[in-house]
Design a protein around this ligand. Sequence first.
Ligand code: HEM
Length: 465
Amino acid sequence: MEPFNSKQPDVPRLFSLVALLLLATGMIWGVTGGLQYLMPGFLKTYLSFERIRPLHVSSVVFWIILGAMGAVLTYLQQHTGKKIVSAKLLKIQFILFTITVLLILISYCAGIFGGREYWEFHPLLSLPITVGWVLFLINFLRSAGSLKNQPVYVWMWLTGIVFFLFTFLESYLWVFPYFRNHVITDMTIQWKSYGSMVGAWNMLLYGSSIFLMDKINNHKKYSYSKIAFVLYFTGLFNLMFNWGHHIYTLPTHAYIKHISYAVSMTELFILGRIIYLWRASLTEARKNFYHISYRFLAAADLWIFLTLLLAIVMSVPAFNVYTHGTHITVAHTMGATIGINSFILLAISFDLLNDTCQSFEPFKKLFSRGYWLTNISLLVFWLSLIGAGVLKARWQMSQEQEVFQTMMQQLRPFFVLFFISGTTLLSGILMMIYPLLRNQWICYFKTNGEKKQRTRYLSARFSIE
Ligand code: HEM
């Protein structure tokens, strides 16, 4: 049978491609925001920090969401061995998402807001996202078939899709005055929905990473293993209850917060253990064959460990009082979304889009440099945010009432480091994804010469396989 990767790009892969473009542009907004930390008035008239922050955050959040959709849709086809049932619904879903994301980004540039933190776009734009997600659910259910005796990743995907829809709708309850007019209820629902939504997209990503690990191993050992189902149920419990730690500053029972924090850490611990056991079990030959995806999963494993360390410190109530509202929270969010979510997604992107129309061989060196630059930069980036957070926390709790400006002056060296490492992080990731984007470019817009080269390449490749 012809491998799926040899086919012309299809709609599920288009999701992954658009996601990669959002990652690249999203990081450029991030670096601009980093520069604004250093030069507060920079681009104030047209692209102030109030616009840059949502441009960055929405772009990278949609990188994760669209990337997760692309992964689930492609891997579902590989799992069932059949195409997604309704090509038409799939196309509508793709068009709805791409046009809406574009409108969201344009509206930020034009200074049109109306939403809330993380979803700052006008609430009307949430409607096409909801419709697109419902189409995703329908197509998934029709294509997956019976749920009997399915591996863990199918359960993870289904749970992730259903819960994302639920929590997304929940995060818009504030549009009704009944919820908006009760401040504590409103804030609790808001943060609960955000916490659970992250749990939902993690389900999509963890499910896809387990599929990928089994694919690399060439058996279904992990997707039917007990530990994978333990991860599934912990993740489910997590997305239902882990939000307690998002509302530390609201007046709820302390035990709710502590239980939820402990649960959110068990999930990371189990995922880390699955990747660790999988890496130990892999033969050298298979490691080499899926070299790039393997390297991203190995890096994600390290970042799970570092994120766990920071989360343990942040979960101690005495520390949490300090860290709340500082750059330590941003370090935690960015460490997890880059080091875990984005690395898992990059492992998947390389599996899906790597060398379908051109050989990866000439880009190996560039990739390797980019990989190390990314990892080292991310560590410095993360530490600089923690450093800035510690100083700010000290200032927040200090009795001496030092003026804000003086404190900001003290943070400056950390902001310089943050900006420089952010820029090298951007460069590292661009160096890695360039061959992927170029490959897609050739697939779509290839010239005659490249077409011949591609035919030669593919015939050589598949005669070996
Ligand atoms: C894969 C790449 C990235 C992802 C997934 C990502 C993710 C995020 C997320 C989720 C937030 C919101 C944090 C929060 O509110 O707690 C954020 C904020 C931010 N990010 Fe990134 N980020 C990425 C790369 C970058 C880079 C390369 C820079 C460059 C310096 C950067 C600069 C910023 C800035 C300035 C903020 C605003 C923080 C604030 O509100 O004070 N990000 N990012």
